[in-house]
Design a protein around this ligand. Structure first.
Ligand code: SF4
Length: 293
């Protein structure tokens, strides 16, 4: 039996549950978002091709028949095209008929690449980037220390889309608490309307190290939202979206309400489900934090 050990902790999007995972980088190159503890235990590291070659070969024997490969960790797309392309060639050599290679990315990781480089990466198999934009509200982007603006976010995502790379976008429900809830919902819907990504998902703010730890890192005033207020924020967000054929999911472990549909076709139905959840939830109920985002 072939044995392989990842560098933990290891995260991947729910849609990559059956994908082969290759750790092209360790940790997150930014690692400063106020709400995120995913990689705070790891020092960011770029892994050399020579180190990855035997791993890719081994993983191709473990994930026999895998159709998808996910490049971990936090934002493997930070790697330059010159560094990524030989890794992709190695994956294609050992995995054969792979349908899609994907990774997490920050908008700045896309903007740092030329149009030609993005097209080459697409030709080598990168067909999807997962981007946690978290919010479309510039004030909140600053308060959470995302290191991006709404303009850099739109610019990066549209640049990837123009090169034929699809995007899966994540927004965090409840990110700014009560103080910023309305502007977060409205401006997040507006930015999603400008991007019209292939996939959209909403997660709920969770605090694995506790509320006071988050408050120390958040640069604004944080007042938690009750479950009903989280649903109301989500309702505002969904109701403002005007989208064309965007696959929407709220199936992350952090969510209190699981939704799925295609926006805007299923918008009214999704709003009805949220209204039903609002009507049947006690107003004084607060979410309990899951273990990890
Ligand atoms: S949210 Fe993404 S970019 Fe921000 S620290 Fe976490 S992994 Fe890095």
């Amino acid at each position: 039996m072939t044995y392989f050990k990842y560098s933990e902790p290891l995260f991947r999007p729910p849609a990559e549950a059956y994908s082969a995972i290759i750790q092209a980088t360790l940790g997150c190159s930014w690692n400063q978002c106020a709400f995120c503890e995913m990689y705070t235990s790891k020092k960011f590291k770029v892994r050399k091709l020579e180190e990855l070659k035997p791993e890719i070969e081994t993983l191709s024997k473990i994930y026999v028949g895998a159709k998808k490969v996910f490049l971990a960790d936090g934002n493997a797309f930070v790697l330059s095209a010159n560094h990524l392309i030989p890794i992709l060639e190695e994956i294609n050599k050992h995995f054969g008929r792979i349908q899609r290679i994907s990774s997490y990315a920050l908008p700045k990781d896309i903007l740092s690449k030329s149009d030609d480089e993005l097209k080459k990466l697409r030709e080598h198999g990168i067909k999807l980037l997962y981007i946690g934009i978290e919010t479309g509200d510039d004030e909140l982007l600053q308060l959470i220390n995302k290191g991006e603006t709404s303009e850099s976010t739109v610019g990066g995502i549209l640049k990837a889309n123009n090169a034929g790379i699809e995007t899966s976008i994540m927004i965090i429900n409840g990110l700014g608490g009560k103080m910023y809830s309305e502007q977060h919902a409205i401006n997040s819907a507006k930015i999603i309307n400008r991007i019209n990504p292939r996939f959209l998902s909403t997660l709920t703010l969770s605090m694995p190290f506790g509320e006071s730890h988050f408050i120390n890192r958040f640069k604004g005033e944080y007042i938690p939202l009750s479950v009903v207020e989280l649903f109301e924020e989500l309702r505002t967000f969904i109701s403002i979206t005007e989208l064309n054929n965007v696959i929407y999911r709220s199936n992350h472990v952090s969510n209190n309400l699981i939704l799925s549909g295609t926006l805007s076709k299923d918008k009214e139905n999704l709003i009805k489900q949220i209204d039903k959840a609002i009507a049947s939830t006690p107003r004084g109920l607060y979410p309990s934090s899951p273990l990890m985002l």
